[in-house]
Design a protein around this ligand. Structure first.
Ligand SMILES: Nc1ncnc2c1ncn2[C@@H]1O[C@H](COP(=O)(O)OP(=O)(O)O)[C@@H](O)[C@H]1O
Ligand SMILES: [Mg+2]
Length: 313
């Protein structure tokens, strides 16, 4: 659980989430803006401390003291989208990519930088060393950001909306780069996105988040071709190939006022259509366990839930 103080109230941005990413696995975390994706991603990176619950890496709970946290940060790297200013405009490509290796005191800096750029598809790497971000295309800048993460030879990438502001064609290139890195380096990735189409193209598994909670998760194919949660169904209905669009009513979700019963009920299209049961408005749903099989938290969908795991964030 991750809570923030918000104008005198407590905002529960992440509210009992179990999420596991296996070695070499690509998991997409999807949900509309404000549902807590970035907060969850930052918590997994150790940048935010959970109010309760814990983050584990390789079976070991995260230790927030300096040296241990630094070791963890080498293994799990954050990739932000560049147009949000993750590259410093006054820094050359070389300097940007060398920053991590310097902080971690890696030997052979130039070779490390060259290899990271090359793996990120900027070849020959030396040609990019002295360039500045404004001299590069959007796709190239995103590759520099990815190279900066790769320079530390991580095991996991956490990419927060990595392609949200790129052109469609470049978006595909960056996604195939992530897939290639998984194949070549065995990298696992958590890709945070509000775009289900992107999840289709890249993820082995999808977790759908609504108001701080995972409401449905499972293998991508299963979740996206046969969504069980009305919220997932509504998200999917926005894709161009969908036959009809489901428009959600009600207020946008507010983490300082989590509704009773099912947290989605005030906006649920099934409730609006008169299909609700009493449980929808009165009974809290169990927290989904961190298993990889399909599961859904909805009173109107088949029950696949177990007891909450003690380490839920
Ligand atoms: N540092 C913070 N302080 C207070 N509230 C925050 C902070 N970060 C996020 N929030 C709130 O937590 C909720 C989830 O935000 P966020 O994790 O950024 O969602 P998303 O990435 O899905 O758009 C939002 O209501 C947001 O306003
Ligand atoms: Mg976000």
């Amino acid at each position: 659980m991750v809570e923030f103080a918000s104008r005198g109230r407590r905002a529960r941005a992440v509210d009992n989430v179990n999420l596991a990413v296996g070695p070499g696995e690509i998991v997409a975390l999807v949900g509309e803006s404000g549902c807590g994706k970035t907060t969850l991603a930052r918590t997994l990176l150790g940048l935010e401390r959970p109010t309760s619950g814990q983050v584990s890496y390789d079976g070991t709970p995260l230790n927030y003291t300096g040296r241990r946290l630094r070791a963890f940060r080498r293994q799990v790297q954050l990739v932000l989208q560049d147009p949000m200013g993750s590259l410093n405009p006054r820094q050359t490509v070389y300097e940007a990519v060398a920053e991590g290796p310097r902080i971690h005191g890696l030997a052979d800096e130039e070779a490390v930088v060259a290899s990271a750029l090359s793996r990120a598809g900027l070849r020959p790497p030396e040609r990019f060393f002295l360039r500045y971000p404004h001299e590069l295309s959007g796709g190239q800048r995103q590759r520099v950001v990815i190279a900066g993460a790769l320079a530390l030879s991580p095991k996991v990438l956490i990419a927060d909306e990595p392609v949200a502001s790129l052109d469609a064609s470049v978006r595909g290139e960056i996604l195939s780069l992530l897939l290639r890195l998984r194949d070549e380096l065995g990298l696992a990735a958590l890709v945070v996105t509000h775009d289900l189409g992107l999840a289709w193209n890249i993820a082995d598994r999808v977790a759908v988040m609504y108001l701080g909670r995972i409401v449905e998760s499972g293998p991508t194919e299963q979740v996206l071709t046969n969504p069980q949660h009305p919220y997932t169904q509504a998200l999917l209905s926005v894709l161009p190939e969908s036959p009809e669009r489901i428009v959600l009513t009600g207020e946008p979700p507010d983490p300082t006022r989590i509704p009773t019963g099912c947290r989605f009920h005030p906006r649920c299209q099934l409730v609006a259509a008169g299909k609700a049961t009493d449980a929808c408005t009165t009974t809290t749903l169990p927290v989904l366990p961190p298993t990889t099989s399909s599961q859904v938290a909805c009173h109107l969908a088949p029950v696949t839930t177990g007891p909450p795991a003690p380490s839920a964030i």
